[in-house]
Design a protein around this ligand. Structure first.
Ligand code: PHE
Length: 535
């Protein structure tokens, strides 16, 4: 890169629009599309899920993505500093809170990826072979056929996944070493590869006798569930996570675009690529479920970690090949998302503290890897295995309940309120419209100012009330906080401790970073925010 452009060179810039689209869609397509989508769609009854899902996409997902992209292109900064420029200190605090939430989520996201990597290694070896044995007392009897459940619990109850976690963090940091330059190289290989793999899986699923039933389950409208607010809550949280919104990621990626990027076009492209992939993945997975009459009862992870390998083990041929194929796909898709999560945290640290990329990466890596290791701790704390078994799985379950279901939607709500009312949604719209072919109308302002905040407030409020009161709620069924019904002698305090620790951690990190002085080491030409936009 030219010397006279050293500021951009330090901060990073995409080489081409294609590079950006690949990176942003690589961020969006991840565990959310394969692991979480299928289990959500299954849990909420297939056909009952897609109406709320598409409403979530058009009414909220695409407009919020346009907003998050605009924050990046308008200011040339990542999330907290972009919000600070456009909506003041309050905005910066919200931005850092979302970065702290991103760190929490990345910790366990990478642990799950570590388990997927361990399953990949297992798929080469004994995972899909008959004769799996009980890994520890009190769980299952040795099985005659292959048992992915037995294998999975056997694996998480060893120290090996910790090695996998370290490997995933190592690769993530390597892919980020030179910022946009290395990210772009990686996504040019990984993103087309995961599309190819997924298309292979879907064709294979549909060719199996009975595979089409899975598609019917996913697409036959079922209006029964529509009145259930939990279905909507599930669809909205899924949409935010799947589109990589609410954690600062998309703004960091967009800050490396030229100021005249077409944010509407980019949002439409990335959203459609993501949701297209998600539905194709759904078809591939549901086809297998129906062909092999699998019943993925239990946790979110059980569908991809137990049911799918179980289905693959039943293939008449190509068992190892497809097993390896599936977990390689999960690992690659997850890696390009983990890369974006970490970049979304490193980039604002560089912007705020004026530190080098290596230093910023290590600020994320050190707490990140410790957290991921904690989620991989194999000590068995639930001997009856009525809950999650190991300490790591239990921690993951408890943290995910809070971080996943509350943080993204809360950030979405606050960013819409701040940008809609403090800055003015019309100003974002005017800035976007200068560079886009498809002009946003005044409806955009109303979505950002009223409709999305109203929906999100309702969903968040409902989730809280439901969690604490209703009989079917997450906490009330156990007569206390979420998880308090688990049998884990000596660890009964965890369900209370986790939400307090999560809130304290994220608020303290946000407060400390907001209160620090901004050291502008790499001023960007886009720093010159038009006066009308600056607060
Ligand atoms: N969208 C990613 C997935 O579906 C996860 C993610 C969320 C990545 C937020 C970055 C930011 O797996």
């Amino acid at each position: 890169m030219a010397d006279n452009d050293s500021s951009t060179a330090e901060r990073g810039a995409w080489n081409s629009k294609l590079g950006f689209i690949l990176a942003a869609s690589g961020s969006a397509i991840g565990l959310g599309n394969i692991v979480f989508f299928a289990s959500n769609a299954y849990q909420y009854g297939g056909g009952a899920f897609y109406l709320p899902y598409f409403i979530a996409l058009f009414v909220m997902g695409i407009p919020v993505m346009i907003t998050e992209f605009s924050l990046g292109t308008m200011t040339g900064k990542s999330f907290p500093l972009a919000l600070q420029k456009l909506a003041g200190k309050k905005g910066e605090f919200v931005g850092w809170w979302s970065i702290a939430s991103a760190l929490t989520i990345t910790m366990y996201y990478i642990t799950i990826l570590g388990w997927a990597l361990s399953m990949l290694v297992g798929a080469f070896g004994s995972l899909l072979e008959p004769g799996a044995t009980a890994p520890f007392e009190g769980m299952t009897e040795p099985t005659a056929g292959p048992s992915a459940v037995t294998w999975f619990f056997g694996m998480v109850a060893t120290w090996w996944p910790m090695l996998a976690v370290v490997a995933i963090w190592g690769v993530t940091v390597l892919l980020l070493w030179r910022g946009t330059e290395t990210i772009e190289k990686a996504v040019r290989i990984f993103v087309p590869m995961m599309w190819l793999f997924m298309i292979g899986l879907v064709i294979n699923g549909l060719l199996q006798p009975g595979g089409v039933d899975g598609v019917l389950y996913l697409f036959t409208p079922n209006l029964d569930g529509i009145a259930d607010v939990r279905v909507w809550q599930g669809a909205f949280a899924q949409m935010f996570f799947s589109l990589s919104l609410g954690l600062g990621t998309m703004t960091a990626y967009a800050s490396y675009l030229p100021k005249d990027a077409d944010n509407v076009n980019n949002s439409l492209l990335v959203s459609f690529l993501n949701c297209g992939f998600e539905y194709i993945a759904g078809v591939a997975i549901f086809a297998l479920l129906f062909v092999y009459a699998l019943n993925p009862a239990g946790t979110t992870l059980s569908l991809s970690f137990f049911a799918i390998p179980q289905g693959i083990a039943g293939f008449p041929f190509g068992v190892k090949f497809f097993g390896v194929f599936f977990f390689l796909l999960v690992v690659i898709a997850g890696l390009t998302s983990a890369v974006s999560l970490v970049e979304g945290m490193a980039s604002p640290l560089i912007d705020k503290l004026g530190i080098s990329r290596a230093k910023a990466l290590s600020f994320v890596l050190v707490p990140g890897i410790l957290g991921s290791l904690l989620f991989a701790v194999p000590s068995i704390i639930d001997t009856g295995l009525t809950g999650n078994g190991t300490l790591g799985l239990t921690l993951l379950d408890l943290v995910d309940n809070w971080a996943f279901r509350y943080s993204l939607l809360t950030v979405g709500l606050l960013e819409c309120l701040l940008l809609g009312w403090v800055l003015g949604a019309d100003k974002i719209r005017a800035a976007v419209n200068v560079h886009t072919k498809f002009k946003l109308g005044p409806w955009f302002d109303w979505l950002i100012k009223l409709v999305i905040p109203a929906i999100l407030s309702f969903v968040i409020f409902f989730t809280l009330v439901d969690d604490f009161t209703s009989a079917g709620g997450k906490f009330a069924e156990e007569g206390g906080l979420y998880g308090s019904g688990y049998t884990m002698p000596g660890y009964e305090w965890l369900p209370v401790f986790i939400p307090i620790a999560w809130l304290t951690f994220t608020i303290v990190v946000a407060a400390v970073l907001t209160s620090r002085r901004t050291v502008d080491a790499a001023p960007h030409e886009a720093d010159a925010v038009p006066d009308t936009l600056a607060v």
